[in-house]
Design a protein around this ligand. Structure first.
Ligand SMILES: [Zn+2]
Length: 84
């Protein structure tokens, strides 16, 4: 299986749903600076989201978490537009 720039959006949306595509895309990413940059950015966002989820048992943080998730959503939208 071969992956290309057109697969970036699918990989970003749900890499877990298609491990074969995710693996193929990792190879593409190594030879494509554009996709590499966007995936690096995506991983930063994902890591931040995971860190936030770990704090969900703290109600005082809920407002900040909501705001962060909203910002994350905007960022995802920007990424999608870049890919489209
Ligand atoms: Zn690419």
């Amino acid at each position: 299986m071969k992956a290309g720039c057109r697969d970036l959006e699918r990989v970003l949306q749900d890499a877990g749903a298609d491990p074969e595509l995710a693996a193929a895309f990792e190879q593409h990413e190594e030879s494509c600076a554009d996709c590499g940059r966007q995936l690096a950015e995506w991983r930063q966002v994902s890591t931040a989201a995971r860190a936030l989820r770990r704090s969900w048992d703290s109600p005082q943080l809920l407002g900040r978490i909501r705001q962060s998730l909203a910002e994350e959503g905007r960022r995802v939208q920007v990424l999608s537009e870049v890919v489209a």
